[in-house]
Write a protein that binds this ligand. Sequence first.
Ligand code: ATP
Ligand code: MG
Length: 420
Amino acid sequence: MSTFQAPKGTYDLIPPDSAKFLAVREAISAPLKSSGYGYIETPGFEDVELFARGVGESTDIVTKEMYAFETKGGDRLALRPEGTASVLRAALEANLHRLGNLPVKLWYSGSYYRYERPQKGRYRHFSQVGAEAIGAEDPALDAELIILADQAYRSLGLSRFRILLNSLGDKECRPVYRDALQDFLRGLDLDEDTRRRIEINPLRVLDDKRPEVQKQLVGAPMLRDYLCDACKAYHEEVRVLLTAAGVAFEDDEKLVRGLDYYTRTTFEFVHDGLGSQSAVGGGGRYDGLSEMIGGPALPSVGWALGVDRTVLALEAEGIELELPATTSVFAVPLGEEARRVLFALVTELRRAGVATDFSYGGKGLKGAMKSANRSGARYTLVAGERDLAEGVVQLKDMESGEQSPVALTAVLDELRARLA
Ligand code: ATP
Ligand code: MG
């Protein structure tokens, strides 16, 4: 029988590398947890219409990248391609916005699915940690989220990332700009697909990475020149707050991002060591999204950071995370009686909170010590018949190599003292 492989565009997280992913998720979520964001978890799939409406009918995500399917019961669902629409759907459904405590601040962590052309940093299954602040229009909230993402990356030791910042305007000024941009774009020499995009979502054309398109975009009307006074003032305040926090950013007037729902503040975190998949995270304000999915007006802002690309960024900067050994103590029994006694001791240590592992499979001393070494444990407990007769186990410090007998009844206290 042939064996199976992970589906195209996916990969498995396997020890010891998987520990890095856990650490990155932890590092990204830590600043959120200590800034008033509560944890939310939503299903891995939703009604396909939620994404069609919430992410946008004209986006690559919805037209090309979504895993949509019909269930046996006839429901049209899609594996989630992103987090924001689901989180907002869940918040509305639970009436979180009616509890009178806005903004509702939420963070999440999970798997996302996009049918993309797989390449380094671009997968069909990937992992994000995200944050959403729902129901408040306040430049300090936009600034808070950018500052927290910056803090998260810095806590991992990353420094070669940049923050790109732009404003996409609001429902007052963006339509005026949209018209002006459409007029300009219609006069260019573009392919069928792109011409269609001009009519549905002209801002996305600015995002086109192809040089032949970029060349023609020189002289295109810029949104900056069309922002209304309210949007200008809002954006300026975000910039002032970021500057005051010592968070450096670059104004990027071409930054539009791939989702339809963004208004005003948009930003992207790019890393210079990642080649073409350089975006490690991004987000922005989405004041219109709630209404687009049937809710009340709820101005909101959020971001999602890619865990996979953040791990690649760590590698690009040569950063080794200091991951504490998962096992502190490793027990090696010599003989049947020792096996029973040590296994009981292991259980006692574990219940007392000491991370302990055991040599399974009846290995000899040599093989068992190899396992002890591999486990990364600082201490090994070895016991044979003679030790048991004396009521002791041999406690070996794997770093210094020193070994001494410790009374069975005193092992827990001794280890606690040494590990403290
Ligand atoms: P890109 O322009 O690279 O396609 P995006 O704008 O589609 O990115 P977002 O939807 O903003 O990405 O998602 C936020 C983050 O999630 C990205 O910055 C990236 O780190 C990560 N991400 C998005 N798509 C993928 C993918 N296919 N594989 C791995 N990570 C991804
Ligand atoms: Mg994309």
